[in-house]
Ligand binder design. Structure first.
Ligand code: ATP
Length: 448
């Protein structure tokens, strides 16, 4: 059962050290969040699961990690300088500013109808690069990771000898000066994306588009976001982005409403075509603008026909923060226990859990118990190379409650039997069942 409200998730995230408002002690900066000790683990685990599924578990995808600061020409030829805008209205009454497509002729702040006409607002963060702050030296913080994959297409091709179909994956920061950041980490100004650009022969794009839709639904399911929780929106033609021939949006029921978790777009040959010189020599099918700035032809030669082809691109593009919010929402449960007691438990998939195991000595002042628990913790940490902690509060019930809330799949209790018989008790987070196992077999019995 997903969380009841965003407030419950926000409160858990702050209380337990997952996510904090950025610059909080100075009043906070809107649309920016910092990840705390458990948040960074959860985030890294989700990103690692994505990277592994893309780059390690297949032979047809390579990874890159490109610069965040971006040449203005890249975002000129990608279309972002002219089209990466949201229509904006100002409320003349209370002076607040809103996205025109998010409101219904009424200011959501004060209810006034006295609004300005919608005006385009560019969402990119512009900055000067180098010591001289003038118009010739500007660049942008990238608004998506995708463009750097396109502009490195030739480098990747020359250095890896890939042939179609193949993909390039990248995870990393993206920045958008959202007009109204809101709903916790759902819409923020600095976020991370996990993007794959999968290059295919023109003509095979529809098939690959469907293939990636299935792959991505399976992946989300493996992260604990069930297929039934996701609605597939085949974006209507008149709402498609300028580069897209077709887009499936994966819509998830977030605590604040049904919204996009990931977009899977058929970007055609628009991007490689737009960043290419001598476009007339290539039979580009998308509507591109002439490029006199690029020094590269972003195409691939067919081995048999020797013809140059500009590949089509299928792009599954997911937001890390929106992914985390969905994962947390799915995992969060408030359970009623015997005797009218309650517990909050995060039923995270074990591979996503920030802490893999908590080792709990029965008594905090018994040095024999604590020493053995410490040794078990150190050994486990060495083998797992993941976060394992010693929970030495002396209060087993309290330790269980804490680790239920942060999603630790295994609590391991060290008691007097451990000293005499070399056994420990493992308590399963979800079922709360306990089993006694030999210390030397502990690894085999953990959910990780
Ligand atoms: P929206 O319509 O919600 O603004 P979008 O269609 O502009 O999103 P894309 O450009 O397709 O989003 O970006 C790909 C993914 O990046 C989105 O599916 C989302 O998960 C993530 N994303 C985009 N903008 C933000 C943001 N401001 N904050 C957090 N994640 C974002």
């Amino acid at each position: 059962m997903p969380a009841k409200s965003m407030d419950e998730l926000v409160s858990l995230c702050k209380r337990r050290g997952f996510i904090f408002q950025s610059s909080e002690i100075y009043g906070g900066l809107q649309g920016l969040y910092d990840f705390g000790p458990l948040g960074v683990e959860l985030k890294n685990n989700l990103k690692n699961a994505w990277w592994s599924s893309m780059v390690y578990e297949r032979d047809d995808i390579e990874g890159i990690d490109a610069a965040i600061l971006t040449h203005s020409k890249v975002l000129k030829h990608s279309g972002h300088e002219s089209t990466f805008t949201d229509p904006l209205v100002d409320c003349k009454e209370c002076k607040s500013r809103h996205r025109a497509d998010h409101i219904k002729d009424k200011c959501p702040n004060c209810g006034s109808n006295d609004l300005t006409e919608p005006r385009p607002f560019n969402l990119m963060f512009k900055t000067s690069i180098g010591p001289v702050d003038d118009d010739s030296n500007y660049g942008y913080l990238r608004p998506e990771t995708a463009q750097h994959i396109f502009i490195n297409f030739k480098n990747i091709l020359d250095s890896t000898s890939k042939s179609l179909p193949f993909g390039v994956a990248q995870m990393g920061k993206a920045f958008r000066n959202e007009i109204t950041p809101r709903n916790f980490i759902f819409r923020v100004r600095e976020f991370e994306q996990m993007e794959l650009e999968f290059f295919v022969e023109p003509g095979s794009d529809l098939e690959w588009h469907k293939y990636w839709l299935e792959e991505r639904l399976n992946w989300w399911e493996n992260q604990g976001v069930k297929k039934e929780s996701i609605q597939i929106l085949d974006v209507p033609k008149d709402e498609l982005a300028h580069y897209s021939k077709g887009t499936y949006d994966l819509m998830y029921q977030f605590p604040h409403g049904l919204e996009e978790l990931e977009g899977i777009a058929n970007r055609t040959d628009f991007d490689l075509g737009s960043h290419s010189k001598n476009q007339d020599e290539l039979s580009i099918q998308a509507k591109t603008s002439k490029n006199n700035d690029s020094n590269a032809k972003l195409a691939i030669q067919n081995i048999e026909s020797k013809k140059w082809v500009v590949p089509y691109v299928i792009e599954p593009s997911a937001g890390v923060e929106r992914g985390l919010l969905a994962v947390l929402n799915e995992a969060y449960e408030r359970e009623t226990l015997e005797g009218d007691k309650e517990r909050i438990v995060l039923k995270l998939k074990p591979h996503l859990a920030p802490i893999k195991a908590a080792i709990i000595p029965l008594k905090k002042n018994d040095s024999e118990l604590v020493n053995l628990a410490t040794k078990i913790k150190q050994d486990l940490q060495k083998t797992l190379k993941k976060k394992v902690i010693l929970e030495n509060t002396g209060n087993i019930g309290k330790s269980y409650r804490k680790h239920d809330e942060v999603g630790t799949p295994n609590c391991v209790t060290v008691d007097y039997d451990s000293l005499e018989k070399n056994t420990v008790t493992i308590r399963d987070r979800d079922t709360m069942e306990q089993k006694t196992v030999n210390i030397k077999d502990l690894n085999k019995h953990l959910s990780i």
